[in-house]
Design a binder for this molecule. Sequence first.
Ligand code: ZN
Length: 472
Amino acid sequence: MGQIQWMDEVLKRKDQLLKQSFELLSIPSILDESTAGPGAPFGRNIAKALNYLLDLGRKDGFITKNFDGYAGHIEMGKGEEYIGILAHIDVVPAGGGWTSPPFSPEIRDGKLYARGAMDDKGPTMAAYIAMKIVKELALPLSKRVRLIIGTDEETKWRCMNHYFKFEKMPVMGFTPDAEFPMIIGEKGLLSFKLVGSLTTPNVANDEWILDEFWSGERINLVPDLAIVKLKGEGDVFQLKEEFQAYLYEHRLNGYAEEADDHVTLRLQGIAHHAFEPDRGLNAALAMARFLSNMRLDAEGHRFIQLIADRFVDSFFGEKLGIQQKDDRLGVLTLNAGVFRYRSGESQEIHVNIRHPLSTDVDQLIQQIEEMVAEYQVYITDIDHLPAHYIHEDHPLISILSTVYEQQTGEPAKLLTTGGGTYARVLKTGVAFGPVFPGKVETAHQRDEYIEIDDLLKATAIYAQAIYELAQS
Ligand SMILES: [Zn+2]
């Protein structure tokens, strides 16, 4: 057999790829538990999108299996071991402001627009057509190849928890759900809450009672708003003046507002993903820095000091004494994303830490516990996903690198991330496309699109990758 012209094979199937992408993209497969039922745990439309793909696979002569509507797979070949390609057909809600309706796919200027075009239905169809090419060329394979279809990637990954209760892990694989050339490592993700209960404050000599401190709604975002309610006998005029001066001095936006029995302070920050906490502007930390100079009730004061002493200017864990890095995954980062304080009731701070490969997590937690003990809070609700890293020497990396370099003529730079990708589901897996270097990541955005040329290029890369991996 001569050299296979992978792109020629893709171009022969371009109409089919586009037609089937359009059909899959037309199903609004957003999580909707109100229409959940047997075989459709995440709602009718997600089940419809899963069945659409499985039907396609069956008609094309693959072996398919549906796992109670949680996940499915499309398989070919023989052999004890299998290569896994992990994709997902659920999408995030469309939001408003689209140029063309998000579930009526449309091509403009060589770009395919639709919710899911980039994340992840376009790449899912690319991987499917890639498998079909390998099948139709009747190439000899020593392993099975399986497209694993997830349905709950955008929320809780319940799909894959269910799937891998029944199926063993692929020997290796990739997910077309992030970036090219490939992401071989992902930091470990540690989340927890610092909590404590509060007693009714004694007001006698204090100027202000910290009645309420509210900031942030998601642990994996830098909070962009902080709202504080102060009660008591303090000088309202002076408070407002000092707050305004503070905002001015630090070039912050916000205001103070007086009501019957309290003063409300609002401070605006800048949201950013938690894996780069220093790139946002944490509204809660800026608010705490202001309040740390005020006379507050004892418990309010302790809460503010906890934030000021342990979290302000501590995006890499400096003030908790937990800075660390390794040369595989880089530095530990820390985001305090949610703050809730209610005088006389309770206090909570939700923390998200992203750590390198070398971190000893038990020791890390113990260290933090010691550093916050004096503020009368304790750690609870610990959630940990270990770091994920595939060694550069693994055949998966060398095979995918070679395929990528042959098809693009570009070096296959190996990437790592502080964010999480779907590849983490696989014991031996990397994220491999679909976003090419220098291209815009449109996932989750209004007017999401994928360039048709990139979709075709990705299909050719996946086809060769499947062939080479299943032969190895
Ligand atoms: Zn995705």
